[in-house]
Design a protein around this ligand. Structure first.
Ligand code: GDP
Length: 426
């Protein structure tokens, strides 16, 4: 992945999230000097399996599991300081040395208890199917210019004034929901004063740090959360997350120039999943969906929610390739399809007389859309031990080749199991 011309690489989910980015970042981090998260919050849940142990990281880049790698949380992330330290303490308990290897952007906005309260009680959040972790309300405060940034922890008076503003707004919203719960200024300040002595020593100008790392030739991995179809602009709005998940968001969310990014790797499952509400054109019916969900263990890492499942949607991934400028694809969970007699790839949606081959902006255009499938022979054998393309069954190779031609992007990695070694690098 990294070479003399490819030093800064962004990793994005090219579907609706949960594509297995955690594993790819973990594998690629071995050759990185820096791994930086650029958007989202503690609603991301990267699961990384090392040996028999599985670790779920919500905010800290999974690169932290490699001792030589430095990690940062960029300004585009909304940081939940409470869970950050729960995660740090768990890592320390597991023997991971975090000291001096993890930095937080001074410009990142904080997710505070009142954001979580609003999120968990808002019917709008329930409709979209958010994780209720306060991410949306924290981004709303950021855009409305009443957010609290990490650097505000350095100024007591300013911090109190900002928290007062945030709490007043949150309480007005809670009142409008008709609930009795209210946020509290003093409790929020108390929490922040308790956490500040731990956050401030790891706070820095992350944009400047990464700029310097790039200019001195470091290998930098920019780690996205969620997926391209959940992007606030390019996703299936309004069933989207509150940030820019696509590669353009990486430059903004880290604080570097777009021209500093040399490559974009899109992670896709060999099929499609989505958690929460919103369109999923290739969604399978109850029985077939259940089969795929069980085979793929498709339950949310953060919430345990069952994911909706369907065949690989070439229209979606072609769109993601275009919007992100993908230079390569990593196809994960190929092994999940091992037992299927036939596998399908969606190449378009038929709505009445119209055939969509490009993903539409208006979700109403997807009403009653009939996915157009190409059926291919399955391979009916385990791929879990394959470590090269030659070791994959011919039908699996044909399936991957067809994905490449539909998406017009070369496949550079294939993942065939949860373990770190179960990967084919091409
Ligand atoms: P992320 O948020 O994109 O990192 O995705 P998650 O971590 O939520 O979901 C990926 C899940 O799939 C994790 O449990 C991974 O261990 C698992 N996984 C990743 N790659 C593979 C693979 O190739 N095969 C199988 N069977 N599981 C995989």
């Amino acid at each position: 992945m990294f070479d003399s011309k490819t030093k800064t690489v962004v990793i994005v989910g090219a579907q609706w999230g949960d594509e297995g980015k955690g594993k790819l970042v973990d594998v690629l981090a071995e050759r990185a000097d820096w791994v930086v998260r650029y958007q989202g919050g503690a609603n991301a849940g990267h699961t990384v399996h090392i040996g028999d142990k599985s670790t779920v990281l919500h905010q800290i880049p999974s690169g932290i599991l490699h001792s030589g790698v430095r990690c940062a949380i960029g300004n585009g992330v909304v940081l939940d300081p409470e869970t950050l330290f729960t995660e740090i303490d768990e890592l320390i308990d597991d023997g991971v040395d975090v000291q001096g290897r993890l930095y937080v952007s001074d410009r990142a906005h904080l997710v505070l208890p009142y954001h979580k309260l609003v999120d968990s009680l808002s019917s709008a959040s329930k409709e979209i199917g958010t994780t209720g972790r306060g991410i949306g309300p924290a981004y709303e405060d950021k855009v409305a210019r009443r957010g609290v940034r990490v650097l505000d922890l350095r100024h007591k008076d300013r911090l109190r004034a900002l928290v007062e503003k945030g709490v007043a707004h949150a309480n007005a919203r809670l009142a409008s929901f008709g609930v009795e719960d209210r946020a509290n200024v003093d409790a929020t300040i108390e929490l922040l004063e308790r956490l500040a002595p731990r956050i401030l020593p790891i706070t820095d100008d992350v944009g400047l740090m990464i700029h310097r790392a790039i200019t001195t030739g470091a290998n930098v991995l920019l780690e996205g959360a969620q997926g391209s179809l959940l992007d606030i602009d390019h996703g299936t709005y309004p069933f989207v997350t509150s940030s820019s998940t696509t590669s353009g968001g990486a430059a903004i969310g880290v604080g570097i120039a777009p021209s500093a990014i040399n490559a974009a790797l899109g992670i896709v499952k060999a099929y499609t999943t989505r958690v929460g509400n919103g369109p999923l054109p290739t969604e399978l019916g109850a029985e077939e969906g259940e089969r795929m969900r069980t085979l793929g263990n498709e339950f949310g890492a953060t919430t345990g929610r069952p994911r909706r499942c369907g065949w690989f949607d070439g229209v979606v991934v072609r769109y993601a390739a275009r919007v992100n400028g993908l230079t390569g694809l990593a196809v994960t969970k190929l092994d999940v399809l091992d037992t299927y007699e036939k596998v399908a790839l969606c190449t378009g949606y038929r709505v009445g007389d119209h055939l969509y081959t490009e993903f539409p902006g208006d979700l109403a255009d997807l009403d009653g859309a009939e996915p157009q499938y190409e059926w291919m022979d399955g391979w009916g054998q385990s791929t879990a031990d394959a470590r090269s393309m030659e070791q994959l069954p011919i039908q699996a190779r044909k399936y991957l080749e067809r994905i490449e031609s539909i998406v017009e992007t070369p496949i550079t990695y294939v993942s065939v199991g949860t373990r770190r070694d179960q990967i084919i690098g091409i």
